[in-house]
Design a protein around this ligand. Structure first.
Ligand code: SF4
Ligand code: FES
Length: 250
């Protein structure tokens, strides 16, 4: 396949940035999208030019680091996958492909296609955990009965990989789907009950501090989420928040 690429190049967070045109040829349809970018970068390096910066790690849909806006869609034209799982067979010979970073005020561009998503880390640090007694008297988790439906729903919420596609897809750059998945996976399990109130209050407060917008109720986040995180998580987060506001904040 021969393709035209229009790629966002930005030297650093202070640079204005612009779309730069590249032509690439002999791309195999079975290559992954990131392998295609690897080929481009090899060519740029061989020409003495600066390669395109983009994030990636596991390249199998687990780590959530590969986050590209491709032809106007978070993670590209396929559904239910991260950018690293996208293959060139989804495109046609001669296509023009626009490649941009995830855009949101809370995700500043570091360089080219790489953005700073540490806002998600700070939200997690605000409450996305359970405190466990590790003194040696810890109860075996298998001794705590959990209804199967709750366990399955909690697992579905826990599949969020923190990629940020929900933010990039939302017209308000809302982080609601991400935060609600992290709140839900704990809210559905007995282990998460002790800190349930402070968790939802503190994570929601941190989300607002980071500059994410409010939920737009359009559901674009659910459509573009590579892990199929459901909007039901947002409804659960709102219920948890309403319950928590009747209690004293720590
Ligand atoms: S909810 Fe989905 S789109 Fe948002 S961070 Fe998690 S996996 Fe990514
Ligand atoms: S590189 Fe890890 S999810 Fe894509």
């Amino acid at each position: 396949m021969n393709l035209k690429l229009k790629i966002w190049r930005q030297k650093n967070s202070n640079d204005k940035g612009k779309i730069v045109d590249y032509a690439i040829s002999d791309i195999e349809p079975d290559m992954s999208f990131l392998e295609m970018l690897d080929v481009l970068n090899d060519e740029l390096i061989n020409k003495g030019e600066t390669p395109v910066a983009f994030d990636h790690d596991c390249r199998e849909g687990i780590c959530g680091s590969c986050s590209l806006f491709i032809n106007g869609r978070a993670h590209g034209p396929d559904t239910g996958i991260a950018t690293c799982q996208l293959h060139m067979r989804k495109f046609k010979d001669g296509d023009t492909i626009y490649i941009e970073p995830f855009r949101a005020r809370a995700f500043p561009v570091i360089k080219d296609l790489a953005v700073d998503r540490s806002a998600f880390d700070r939200i997690q640090h605000a409450g996305g955990y359970v405190s466990v007694n590790t003194s040696g008297n810890t109860q075996d988790a298998n001794n705590i009965p959990i209804p199967k439906e709750n366990a399955d729903t909690a697992f579905d919420s826990a599949t969020c990989i923190g990629c940020g596609a929900c933010v990039a897809a939302c017209k308000n750059s809302s982080a609601r789907l991400f935060v609600s998945a992290k709140v839900s996976q704990m809210a559905l399990l007995p282990q998460g009950q002790i800190e349930a109130k402070t968790r939802v209050l503190n994570m929601t407060e941190q989300m607002d501090k980071e500059g994410f917008g409010n939920c737009s109720n359009t559901g674009a986040c659910e459509v573009e989420c590579p892990k199929g995180i459901s909007l039901e998580n947002i409804a659960r987060q709102i219920r948890e928040y309403a319950k928590a506001t009747t209690a004293t904040k720590k």
